[in-house]
Write a protein that binds this ligand. Structure first.
Ligand code: RAM
Length: 374
């Protein structure tokens, strides 16, 4: 059942990714250079892989390395559990684990904090889980606990938000940080007509992924294409809906001339859109960033949001679970150049620092937001 649900959005997403590349170049925006070239190639390869029978590809992989043992225990530990983004990723993980006949579970805190994640890791270590797949709330704070889990035999995969590379075997990166930063600035520049004040509404202050994207956006603001934009504030909604809503409100009080709020978080962008939608700023202040189509659809249709971006979180979870299996089966160690087969997504290669790249982000707007269901 899940497999069917899983396959459909992926096919649509692949097609839409190709559309995005075309739209981006047709608009004459800055090319997403190195990132897009690499990502574009990955996207082109995917349709071919769609034809591959998943059980057949699993067998091929098993033949190439160690057999994936039946009953492998794979537990997802996201930043937080009450976040639709991570639920979608978990559905992808569960599909993958079902395909290799393992045992899937997801545990995690309701608040996105590293200290809560540590207790979960300790419990998983005691339980002797084969693989922990986690999105880190802090690059270093969960490392000692992960180290103990590894000593106890667990394979560690990070997805979405990495730890220090020394604390895990591989990191499944949703898209290149450069590409994620750039697409958000491009959307903001378009909304602001290239000029004016912008602010960032982030998630938690220590999140590795958020901070990497913010640092890159800050750097890119010096580029000629973005030099008319002025970043006046970065605030943190902690991936909490209410706090994010209040932070959006606070931004407008402090900076009434703000042109655009960029929220690189699915929780933040939905809350900011809801605030702007119900405020006097609707129509004057743009909201963009990273969101899920299901959460953002109404705001696109009612004119609050023109464009936002995201990768397919279900694919992210699916890929992460297959990477965990490949590690546990000894098919790879996570070294640069290692390859593994991720079920129906096909073959992936481990890049430098143990990073595996999923693919390019997709831009959503009124023309395509209804084609997606996640
Ligand atoms: C939120 C989380 C997550 C991020 C997405 C875009 O759900 O902060 O880490 O990748 O948004």
């Amino acid at each position: 059942m899940r497999r069917n649900n899983h396959a459909l959005p992926r096919r649509i997403a692949v097609a839409a990714s190709a559309v995005l590349v075309l739209v981006a170049s047709a608009c004459g925006g800055t090319t997403r250079d190195d990132t897009t070239e690499e990502d574009g190639a990955a996207a082109e390869e995917e349709p071919a892989e769609e034809e591959t029978d998943e059980s057949e590809s699993g067998e091929d992989e098993a033949a190439a390395g160690g057999e994936i043992p039946e009953g492998l225990t794979v537990t997802f530990l996201p930043k937080q559990v009450n976040n639709p983004y991570f639920d979608i990723a978990a559905a992808g993980g569960e599909s993958a684990v079902g395909e290799f006949a393992g045992e899937f579970d997801q545990v995690g805190p309701s608040d996105a904090t590293a200290s809560s994640q540590v207790s979960y890791i300790n419990t998983l270590t005691q339980q002797g889980i084969d693989a922990i797949v986690t999105s880190a709330n802090d690059p270093n704070a969960i490392c000692p606990a992960l180290e103990e889990a590894r000593d106890a035999g667990a394979n560690i995969v990070t997805y979405d938000s990495d730890t220090d590379p020394g604390c895990r075997d591989v990191f499944i990166n949703q898209a290149s940080p450069d590409g994620i930063a750039r697409v958000q600035l491009e959307m903001a520049a378009e909304l602001a007509d290239g000029e004016g004040e912008i602010a960032i509404l982030s998630a938690t202050a220590n999140a590795t992924n958020q901070n990497a994207w913010i640092a890159l956006m800050e750097e890119m603001l010096a580029e000629p294409e973005f030099e008319g934009l002025e970043l006046v504030a970065t605030v943190y909604g902690d991936d909490d809906d209410q706090k994010s809503f209040q932070e959006a409100q606070g931004l407008m009080q402090s900076y009434p001339d703000l042109e655009v709020i960029i929220a690189p978080t699915t929780v933040g962008i939905a809350a900011a859109a809801r605030y702007i939608d119900g405020s006097e700023y609707k129509g004057d202040v743009g909201v963009t960033g990273l969101g899920t189509p299901n959460q953002m659809r109404e705001f696109v249709h009612n004119g609050t949001v023109e464009q936002f971006a995201l990768w397919n979180p279900e694919d992210l979870g699916y890929l992460a679970a297959w990477a965990a299996a490949a590690l546990a089966a000894g098919q790879m160690t996570g070294a640069s150049g290692d390859t593994f087969t991720a079920g129906e997504l096909g073959e992936y290669e481990v890049d430098e620092d143990g990073v595996v790249l999923l693919g390019p982000p997709t831009v959503f707007d009124s023309s395509n937001v209804d084609d997606f269901d996640f």
